[in-house]
Design a protein around this ligand. Structure first.
Ligand code: NIG
Ligand code: FE
Length: 420
């Protein structure tokens, strides 16, 4: 008695399963294993994968009825839905004027010091209604899924007071019910020191720890807590204090680490047992060693380096060769990375991070899923996992990174339904 399939995708030139990769999550050295099958197929029942393999094998294993939808993917690439494990999704306004300021030579952190940057988005976001923010964010999610992203992590951090941080986190929850993309919520109350606390960051840290974190925990509004540990933002002691307090309340941890200055962000992430350390453009040798040791995932954001026109990309090669598990994300935000297309991130990762195409594939699927605690459900195409996948108009996976700057998505399947 075979199970009747609702949907079969068959005859893919290349099917990337990432099978097995999920069993060695914490070793970057396994990043070239992508579980490639030629003439591959998958079968779906409701939201779940019921068979994955060679087309004749899959056809043999499941029952095909009159209602079974069959998609012939000949000439195409089929792979797990892309996972974007670091975004600042919910914000109002945009900051295109900063592009010219930066071209004139003003530094990102100088713009922030002048009350621009993150703080100008904070003003716009505080002023926006929940309804408006919801509509803006839905539009961004539409763009993301149209480019193949089926799961995103989203951080608060443009509210910077109890009311507006909670407002943002409630929008995360609404988006999760309103949009097919799955959203993992992160509290980033410590994204910047708000104007009201200028010159008094410690008091703001106490507000985050004393009021915001307990309120967020009580209402179950975020699964992760993150901190922007950076020169002139939050220092090591403040970051540690916030993250350790969050851990005690049951949050999983992330750190914006060593983005601009080398401050020991990776070391802190490893010390406190963070799931991921993100950015890492200025990571130290010791930081790399510690990440490899603890299995903390390095989430790299090359579209940020590109958009900031920063001199130094994260040393991805050194990390992978040292056994660090690397994931890639868009860092989508109105300042340092107005990019929500993971295909662009993948193209930059190959050329600037010198990651091999197979490593890039691992970094946007299973490793990205690990970076947000979802590797049990998504990030690979295996029996029992969620039927989230992308059909790309590409004859092989290398082609995805080789063609740069256009959308190669043919179809997106989320929870077993064709949504794009
Ligand atoms: O990840 N680094 C801090 N936060 C964002 C930028 C946010 C912004 O500029 O609005 C980032 O790059
Ligand atoms: Fe970020």
């Amino acid at each position: 008695n075979k199970i009747k399939a609702d949907l079969i995708v068959c005859h893919a030139d290349q099917l990337i399963t990432m099978a097995g990769a999920s069993k060695t999550p914490k070793h970057g050295c396994g990043m070239s294993r992508i579980g490639l099958i030629e003439d591959g197929a998958v079968a779906v029942k409701e939201k779940e994968l019921i068979a994955v393999g060679l087309t004749p094998e899959v056809m043999e294993k499941v029952e095909v009825g009159p209602e079974t939808m069959i998609i012939n993917a000949a000439g195409k690439l089929v792979m797990p839905g892309l996972v974007d494990p670091h975004t600042h999704l919910v914000f109002a306004g945009s900051r295109e004027h900063e592009l010219e300021l930066r071209l004139k030579g003003l530094h990102y952190l100088d713009i922030l010091k002048l009350g621009g940057g993150i703080l100008s988005t904070v003003s716009a976001t505080r002023a926006a209604s929940q309804q408006d923010l919801l509509q803006i964010s839905l539009k961004y999610l539409d763009q993301m899924i149209a480019h193949g992203t089926t799961t995103v992590e989203a951080k608060s951090g443009y509210g910077l007071n109890l009311r507006d941080e909670i407002k943002t986190l409630i929008i995360h929850r609404e988006l999760n019910t309103l949009h097919p993309v799955d959203l993992v919520s992160t509290f980033l109350g410590a994204h910047a020191v708000p104007e009201e606390y200028r010159g008094n960051p410690q008091e703001y840290v106490e507000l985050v720890v004393g009021e915001m974190l307990p309120a967020v925990a009580r209402d179950g509004l975020a699964e992760f807590c993150d901190v922007f540990f950076e020169d002139g933002v939050f220092d090591k002691e403040q970051s540690r204090h916030i993250l350790i307090s969050a851990k005690k309340l049951g949050f999983k941890l992330k750190v914006h680490a060593d983005e601009i200055k080398s401050l020991g962000g990776a070391e802190l992430a490893a010390e406190i047992g963070a799931v991921s350390a993100d950015h890492l453009m200025a990571v130290s040798e010791e930081g790399i060693r510690r990440l490899a040791q603890t299995g903390t995932i390095a989430v790299l954001l090359p579209s940020t380096t590109f958009c900031m026109m920063a001199p130094q990309y994260a040393p991805a090669r050194k990390m992978i060769d040292s056994g660090v598990a690397v994931a890639l994300a868009s860092d989508f935000n109105p300042g340092s990375s107005p990019v929500n297309n993971m295909q662009v991130v993948m193209g930059i990762a190959c050329r600037q991070l010198k990651m091999k195409p197979a490593e890039v594939i691992s970094a946007v699927t299973i490793n990205a899923a690990h970076a947000i605690g979802r590797a049990g459900e998504v990030g690979s195409l295996e029996t029992g996992k969620r039927a989230d996948m992308v059909i790309f108009d590409a004859p092989n996976y290398q082609y995805l990174m080789y063609r740069f700057g256009l959308n190669l998505v043919d179809k997106v399947i989320k929870d077993g339904k064709v949504v794009v």
